[in-house]
Design a protein around this ligand. Structure first.
Ligand SMILES: NC(=O)C1=CN([C@@H]2O[C@H](COP(=O)(O)OP(=O)(O)OC[C@H]3O[C@@H](n4cnc5c(N)ncnc54)[C@H](OP(=O)(O)O)[C@@H]3O)[C@@H](O)[C@H]2O)C=CC1
Ligand SMILES: O=C(O)C1=N[C@H](C(=O)O)C[C@H](O)C1
Length: 270
């Protein structure tokens, strides 16, 4: 068996950072060899084991990725876009791969990520759960089969701490459906409705966002026709399913050529 892939966890004290540490410590394919958080954070210097609810691991949270490039093979990033892009520069210079789960990137920021995939391998996914990625395949098939006669509406719900909307997953679902229907999401997306909206325009894809409590992540795509409604939904009940997917992606990514990859490639979904 090959040596475990050494991963650096960004945002180690965050909800996902802690889940990634838990998932990695249960996996033989990877080992957490470096962990980082925001400079000035209370957790700098803390052992990552207790931080993630585990026994001591004798590995301390640091604040400067650039000082640690010899200590890891792949970065696993669940933070905020500005932190992801700062890490991207370090990974480009050091020739390290990245697994990026952060959402909420602007179009300009997405272009920067895309440019970097000519130099380093990056797996980026708005959602690393196997279930959501299977839903994306189902959505593609459903949209192709149902065609233009059904109205598409996407509803997502998340915990009260989430800062971006609609969720990255909802946008990925919208993009998948739009592409299958030959539409450009940026031209047909409607983000919320209020007031006298007029009748629904046929090609639009509507998004609705719910925020509150501790909802881990619910997504539902509705195809609304005359006399029937098809709904493809996913409900996450813990974050380990995202973290396990990210760990799987990190193990898959090590040693790959530069390029833009997604969970479709990692899971072999074609
Ligand atoms: N792709 C997927 O499968 C999933 C993606 N996500 C996405 O992952 C991201 C993180 O989510 P979650 O873990 O819930 O968020 P949290 O707020 O719990 O964690 C974010 C972590 O990143 C750190 N951080 C934030 N900004 C910076 C910065 N500028 N520099 C360095 N560190 C920073 C935070 O530190 P501090 O607390 O000090 O701010 C914190 O440790 C979100 O974009 C979310 O949408 C979430 C779940 C699954
Ligand atoms: O912020 C979260 O929590 C989540 N974010 C991702 C998204 O924006 O789609 C994935 C998951 O739904 C949880």
């Amino acid at each position: 068996m090959s040596a475990p892939v050494r991963i650096a966890v960004l945002g180690a004290s965050g909800r996902m950072g802690r889940a990634v540490i838990q998932a990695a410590s249960a996996a033989a394919s990877v080992r957490v060899t470096a962990a980082f958080d925001r400079a000035g954070s209370d957790v700098i210097g803390a052992d990552i084991g207790p931080l993630a609810g585990l026994a001591a691991m004798n590995l301390k949270v640091r604040d400067e990725l650039a000082d640690a490039v010899d200590d890891f093979d792949v970065v696993v990033d669940f933070t905020r876009p500005e932190a992801s892009l700062a890490a991207l520069q370090v990974c480009r210079s050091a020739g390290k791969g990245m697994v990026i789960g952060t959402t909420g990137f602007s179009v300009v920021q997405l272009d920067q990520l895309a440019a970097a995939t000519h130099e380093i391998p990056i797996v980026r996914a708005a959602n690393f759960s196997v279930g959501v990625n299977v839903c994306l395949k189902l959505l593609e098939q459903a949209a192709r089969a149902l065609g233009d006669d059904y109205d598409v509406e996407i509803v997502e719900a998340h915990h009260r701490h989430k800062v971006d909307a609609p969720s990255g997953t909802a946008l990925a679902m919208g993009e998948t459906v739009a592409e299958a229907l030959g539409r450009e999401l940026s031209e047909v997306a409607v983000y919320g409705r209020e007031g006298h909206t007029g009748e629904r325009e046929r090609p639009t894809i509507g998004f609705a966002t719910v925020r509150g409590g501790d909802v881990v992540g619910d997504h539902s795509v509705m195809f609304l026709g005359d006399g029937e409604r098809i709904e493809i939904a996913h409900r996450a009940s813990n974050r380990l399913n995202f973290a396990n997917g990210a760990v799987r992606a990190a193990a898959w990514l090590a040693g790959r050529d530069a390029g833009a990859y997604g969970m479709r490639e990692v899971l072999g979904l074609g």
